[in-house]
Design a binder for this molecule. Structure first.
Ligand code: 13P
Length: 251
């Protein structure tokens, strides 16, 4: 029995406005019929979210989320979007602690913990992103970094809330570089993630999907998702083209 069905998640980052998104989904939906054996999710820019939820109104099988939120539910935080606002706009998932948030915008471990708690409090599902930088791997610190990020990200969640979250392992050196982790390296780190999740959430942790991200393409997706412990993929660049993405989700 398959405990966790594979998740194929598209992180569009700062790409595709509402007009592009509508055209993308017209093409994508022709090529991707509903399938019970996998989950597909889109993370468009926040302003594109309504166009995506509208285009997917007859496709409740496809999930939609936002790429970031502020941890406060509302208030004087110019430029920010809260979890309740994201939920009201149709989001069901929220990426938390993506490496670009951490390393370009200075997001801290503490903030990822606050954000995951805010996401769960709003009734949404956090997708906590963790991953080491190249120099950290070169110094043999990859496990310590990932475990630290993981523990901090879920620190304010109850075990039951942890059990409904998703985790994405995205080594920073593999993001947008064309250099993927080998299926063995991904599996090894996913096993570490699962061990920590089990310690924190007990047997329920067996249901938490742990995704891999970093230069996933139509050429390597099948090999990656068949690796032990890899429960799906979080894809940036290769999710931007509708035909290419339809090929990936059918892997
Ligand atoms: P790429 O697939 O472009 O390497 O990006 C990965 C990523 O950051 C997904 O969140």
């Amino acid at each position: 029995m398959m405990l966790r069905k594979p998740v194929f998640a598209a992180n569009w980052k700062m790409n595709h406005g509402p007009t592009d998104a509508k055209a993308f989904l017209r093409t994508f939906l022709v090529h991707y019929a509903r399938r019970a054996d996998r989950t597909v999710a889109f993370f468009p820019p926040a302003l594109t979210l309504p166009a995506v939820t509208d285009a997917l109104r007859d496709r409740s099988d496809i999930l939609v989320g936002v790429q970031n939120i502020h941890w406060e539910p509302k208030g004087a935080f110019t430029g920010e979007v809260s979890a309740p606002i994201a939920r009201d706009a149709g989001a069901r998932l929220v990426l938390v602690g993506h490496s670009e948030r951490r390393h370009i915008f200075g997001e801290t471990d503490e903030q990822t913990g606050l954000k995951c708690a805010a996401v769960a409090a709003a009734g949404l599902v956090p997708v906590l992103c963790v991953g080491e930088k190249l120099d950290e791997r070169e110094r043999g610190m990859e496990e310590a970094v990932v475990v630290r990020q993981l523990r901090a990200g879920v620190a304010r969640l109850q075990p039951g809330q942890i059990a409904t979250a998703l985790v994405a392992y995205e080594p920073v050196w593999a993001i947008g570089t064309g250099r993927t982790a080998s299926p063995n390296d991904a599996s090894a780190m996913h096993a570490v993630v699962r061990r920590v999740l089990k310690e924190l959430a007990g047997e329920r942790a067996a249901h938490i999907p742990v995704l891999y991200g970093g230069s996933v393409s139509r050429g390597n997706v099948a090999e990656l998702i068949s690796a032990p412990e890899v429960d799906g993929v979080l894809v940036g660049g290769a999710s931007l083209d509708a035909d290419g993405w339809a090929t990936i989700v059918r892997a």
